[in-house]
Design a protein around this ligand. Structure first.
Ligand code: FE
Ligand code: FE
Length: 168
């Protein structure tokens, strides 16, 4: 969709477009999370990335279910925002030599991705309710809860251990 094209005519079009956007983002995260787990040194952080990888696979499946509920084609559209977040994570990780500092950088990058997802799912849930699709909202809500829980776990890990180690 170009900025000045008029592909999105209704709230429903916007909803479906943003579903396609987050579907792309989730699929990119399925590829990125194993790489982040590889780079992490802290065992809990490594495990956390792998646990969220499994959840992220479920997020992809839930979105496929939502497309089907709506009678829409299962389709992804490029999401430059998540591409940028993942690219930045790769670049920063490549520039950090110290393993403990790298863990802190990986948490930072992961939280940028979670916050992006939280923002997007928040709107998608509000829109699906507005459009009378409480069935879709309920599924999207499950994913939102997992994104929020992941974000909290990352904060706890950073503040309880990783930042301390990175600074020492
Ligand atoms: Fe997700
Ligand atoms: Fe996530």
């Amino acid at each position: 969709m170009g900025l000045f094209t008029k592909d999105i005519k209704s709230m429903n079009d916007l909803f479906v477009h943003q579903l396609q956007d987050i579907y792309y983002a989730e699929k990119q995260l399925v590829k990125a999370l194993p790489k982040m787990a590889d780079k992490a040194t802290d065992r809990q952080l490594k495990q956390g990335f792998l646990t969220h990888l499994e959840e992220t696979r479920t997020h992809v499946q839930r979105l496929e279910q939502v497309f089907k509920m709506l009678g829409s084609e299962v389709k992804a559209v490029d999401c430059p925002a998540i591409d940028g977040i993942i690219k930045e994570a790769d670049e920063v990780a490549g520039e950090v030599a110290d393993k403990s500092v790298l863990d802190a950088a990986l948490i930072n990058a992961a939280q940028a991705a979670e916050h992006y997802e939280i923002a997007r799912y928040g709107s998608l849930i509000a829109w699906s309710k507005q459009l009378g699709r409480d069935d879709a909202a309920a599924l999207l809500q499950k994913t939102l809860e997992e994104e929020k829980a992941t974000d909290k776990k990352l904060t706890t890990l950073a503040e309880s251990r990783v930042n301390l180690r990175a600074a020492s």
